[in-house]
Design a protein around this ligand. Structure first.
Ligand code: PLP
Length: 400
């Protein structure tokens, strides 16, 4: 009898973390590597947020807190949801966890029974299907193709729903494509969901504040108030406020679900870090002006990467609406061979050869459920991006 559980045998380790680790190892071994794999802003956490954390330490706010968040943070989250999204929640409808990741995991653990299906548009954030598997459910992936700007159509959603569907996971702007759904596009999806009252919506709004010119962020319960009672609106401070290491994520939804999520957290990790919670209060209640400056920097980098990768024969690089990723297709390069004789049969081989031959680390598309593509994270300096894109251009030009 195997010692490790059967459930775990179905789950893969995170490929994005694996790419970052490999790039770090190669760098440590002295190789000139540019890492475009990481999913975190390269900015530092703003000083006023750090100051709030230091003040919390000095004030002795270093003990256990309420399992799913201090009242001050829950209030700040309610105020944020009202201010930015027009959504009314009270603190009892809010849960705070150790990162957005724990929040999503708690919600799936709290609701899935064997056989329950979760509809996930692909390409998806790598953790969704594996979290569903860990929670005993069945991920149902539906391909949102390049031809439709990596967005799910209402017809596809309709076709994917069965009597066993429990959740629809929605993520806009998306990791890995940066695709964002307009109000009308989202409304077309929520119209489908209104016809299926047994399906709940888990919306992952992590990249809300990383939305660029011409795109206005919207979230399902805002676009269709009829879904409020069966929507879990998830968000966090990791990406927007450059706070990935602080580990604070949150969700708002029906009280019964929030209570079930609290029960799981109470028997696993208990409260998220007390000091980080005070930092998150400041992030949400404090000045927001710097977000505009960051957005401008990210948009400039996006345009730099898209323009350089679009020049490559055989590559198609759509312009994303948000987040800090681009997701080019390499359909036109499949079947070619590198100067060292490696045949590019798929995106995993492409990414490996690019790393070995040019020292550029990207994440292959199969990890996100849609090939043949790769993900570039442009949350790094303009200089590094220019050098990396030049190397990608050279690499692709060298294929025959
Ligand atoms: C779409 C999406 N959701 C959730 C998360 C998790 O965020 P956190 O670092 O707060 O756990 C990430 C992080 O990469 C993400 O890209």
């Amino acid at each position: 009898m195997a010692f490790i559980s059967d459930t775990l045998s179905r789950v893969k380790p995170s490929p994005t973390i694996a790419v970052s680790n490999l790039a770090a190892e190669l760098k440590a071994a002295g190789k000139d590597v540019i890492g475009l794999g990481a999913g975190e802003p390269d900015f530092d956490t703003p000083d006023h947020i750090k100051a709030a954390a230091k003040a919390a330490i000095d004030a002795g706010k270093t003990k256990y807190t309420a399992v799913d968040g201090i009242p001050e943070l829950k209030q700040a989250i309610c105020a944020k949801l009202k201010r930015d999204n027009g959504l009314s929640y009270e603190p009892a409808q809010v849960s705070v966890g150790t990162g957005g990741k724990q929040i999503l995991y708690n919600a799936l653990m709290a609701t899935l029974n064997p056989g329950d299906e979760v509809v996930i548009p692909a390409p998806y954030w790598v953790s969704y299907p594996d979290m569903v598997l860990l929670a005993g459910g069945t991920p149902v992936s539906v391909e949102a193709t390049l031809e439709n700007d990596f967005k799910l159509t209402p017809e596809q959603l309709e076709a994917a729903i069965t009597p066993k569907t429990k959740w629809f996971i929605f993520n806009s702007p998306s990791n890995p494509t940066g695709a964002g759904y307009s109000h009308d596009e989202l409304k077309a999806l929520t119209d489908v969901l209104m016809r299926h009252p047994h399906v709940w919506v888990m919306t992952d709004d992590m990249y809300e504040h990383l939305s660029y010119e011409g795109f206005t962020f919207c979230t399902p319960a805002e676009v269709e108030p009829g879904l409020y009672e069966r929507t879990l609106t998830c968000n966090g401070v990791s990406k927007a406020y450059a706070m990935t290491g602080w580990r604070i994520g949150y969700a708002a939804g029906p009280k019964e679900l929030i209570a079930a999520m609290r029960k799981i957290q109470s028997q696993s990790t208990s409260n998220p870090c007390s000091v980080s919670q005070w930092a998150a209060v400041e992030a949400l209640n404090g000045p927001q002006g710097f977000l505009d400056d960051w957005r401008k920097v990210f948009q400039r980098r996006r345009d730099l990467v898209v323009s350089m990768l679009s020049k490559i024969d055989g590559m198609t690089c759509p312009t994303p609406d948000g987040a800090f990723y681009v997701y080019p297709s390499i359909a036109g390069l499949i079947g070619k061979t590198t100067p060292t004789g490696v045949k590019i049969e798929n995106d995993e081989i492409f990414a490996k050869a690019l790393l070995e031959e040019k020292g550029v680390a990207v994440v292959f598309g199969a990890a996100f459920g849609l090939s043949p593509c790769f993900r570039v994270s442009y949350a790094t300096s303009d200089e590094a991006l220019t050098e990396a894109c030049t190397r990608i251009q050279d690499f692709c030009a060298s294929l025959s």
